[in-house]
Design a protein around this ligand. Structure first.
Ligand SMILES: CC(=O)[C@@H](O)[C@H](O)COP(=O)(O)O
Ligand SMILES: NCC(=O)COP(=O)(O)O
Length: 237
């Protein structure tokens, strides 16, 4: 079974564009869970341009599904996650000025650092996942860090799929095969959408969770949030 975790960054972006509290991110998190989402994802960035650190605290009591906090494990982020103790932390190697996530970890170069932070999170009962490109060496490297799961960075698949090239799934299939054989759990995210999710799910064995934000919120403008969540759940069956 593949769980749908809704990334609510874009709701915070809209709220922040006017100040105030409309739309309300806590209410949105409650609603997506009521509509069937099996998780809520946030990705607070150092400049707090969308999700703020305070939002992470405000969401804690209302997220009764899986709470996934993503980010670069700088000291401030590590403290936040250890304080909140979400279900899962997803480590993403973003530059401070990145517009959005644009690369996975070099799990070989950063092995010692990842081993250290992953151990700290796991010792505190938090499941860990690390964001990786679909590269076999990086999957093996991820295993060596001790992480529970990987999150496959799906931008390249999504981009190729949009232009009709279904071959873009191949490196993901190979990496999923390796991850399964290494008993690494598999999550995926970035630019997944109603258009591409069914094909991705059908081809990736053992896909445990997808986190989807940008497309899901955009699609909801036309189709409605409840309807869109049901459409994703149907495609993930
Ligand atoms: C790791 C990942 O792919 C997502 O978290 C994505 O980076 C969303 O972040 P933004 O909403 O800031 O684009
Ligand atoms: N981890 C990926 C995520 O949370 C959402 O990415 P996107 O759907 O906003 O591209």
């Amino acid at each position: 079974m593949t769980k749908l975790s809704v990334n609510i960054n874009k709701i915070a972006t809209l709220r922040n564009s006017r100040g105030g509290d409309l739309p309300n991110v806590v209410q949105f998190a409650k609603d997506v869970q009521r509509f069937g989402a099996e998780g809520v994802t946030i990705h607070p960035r150092p400049d707090e341009r969308h999700i703020r650190y305070q939002d992470a605290y405000d969401l804690k009591p209302v997220v009764h599904t899986e709470y996934n906090i993503e980010g670069n494990p700088i000291p401030k982020f590590i403290d936040l996650v250890l304080d909140i103790k979400p279900t899962q932390v997803t480590l993403v190697p973003d530059a401070e000025d990145a517009i959005t996530s644009n690369a996975g970890w070099d799990t070989i170069k950063h092995k010692d650092f990842l081993i250290e932070v992953i151990k700290e999170f796991k010792d505190n009962g938090i499941r860990t996942s690390i964001f990786v490109d679909p590269d076999m060496c990086q999957i093996q490297g991820a295993k060596d860090t001790g992480t529970d799961r990987i999150e496959l960075y799906t931008e390249s698949f999504a981009h190729q799929f949009k232009f009709g090239n279904k071959e873009g799934i191949k490196p993901y299939m190979e990496c999923a095969g390796l991850a399964n054989s290494l008993q690494l759990g598999i999550n995926a995210g970035h630019d997944l959408s109603l258009e591409n999710i069914k094909f991705f799910k059908e081809n990736i064995t053992g896909l445990l969770e997808v986190s989807i934000g940008h497309a899901l919120v955009s699609e909801s403008l036309y189709l409605g949030v409840e309807n869109v969540i049901q459409m994703y759940l149907h495609r993930l069956q």
